[in-house]
Design a protein around this ligand. Sequence first.
Ligand SMILES: Nc1ncnc2c1ncn2[C@@H]1O[C@H](COP(=O)(O)OP(=O)(O)OP(=O)(O)O)[C@@H](O)[C@H]1O
Length: 257
Amino acid sequence: MDRTQKPVIDIQHITYRYERSPVLDDVSLTVQPGTFLGLVGPNGSGKSTLIRLMLGLLKPQMGDVRLFDTEVRKFSNWGKIGYVSQKANRFNAGFPATVFEVVSMGLFGPVGLCRFLGKKERTRVHEALDTVGMKAYAKQPIGRLSGGQQQRVFIARALVSNPELLILDEPTVGVDANAAQRFYDLLAALNQQHGLTLILVSHDVGTMTRYVSDIACLNQRLHFHGSKSEFEENPDFSALYGHEVQHVVHEHGELTQ
Ligand SMILES: Nc1ncnc2c1ncn2[C@@H]1O[C@H](COP(=O)(O)OP(=O)(O)OP(=O)(O)O)[C@@H](O)[C@H]1O
């Protein structure tokens, strides 16, 4: 990791409240290029809120967010950032789109019908599917795929614009343990072979710590941020965030996108 480069994300002293009490209190976090950051914390600790602030979807009451050295409200180069939300792994069986069409939406948004794609764009969609090992499924209806396969397609959709940063919010919810492990292998390869900066929100701390380079522990405040080895050497944080958190069960609803 080149620490002399500008951070991909630079968050300084953020406070955010939806209602009266702050959900995030004086949180600062910088993410350097090439990092694979695991963001952990118990239910309701503010992880998704922090991600929404990073993406400019929420505006902090206090503090600053910079993306690629630009203030988030002035940032426009969204193709540099891929985002897979926690509810992105549920298309029902009748959803009327093929895998190819879903991935092509990553180039042009939901109106990007494939008949408008040029040869170059079509090649990019196939390359993105190839990267996640789903090229053979291009013509399949998305709703017929398993949760783990759908999750790979969402990664392909996020990768098709060639992002430099990929943010994943609980990507393995509803995916079985084997598929989750293959999924983490894929993320590690994207990080190591393609130099992609990754931020992964997960409750599965035990599995996640095998793959990430850095860990951030959030619970309204940022209680820890450092390398994986620093985390593991710190009995307080690894006990608190490494064990109690990983068994929390989620009850997220069906995808409505
Ligand atoms: N739109 C909203 N309006 C009001 N309160 C909200 C809203 N979204 C989240 N909250 C509250 O903010 C707190 C943090 O929520 P957030 O979703 O950021 O936590 P999280 O760490 O991602 O949780 P989980 O692990 O359960 O997904 C929670 O107490 C939640 O109830």
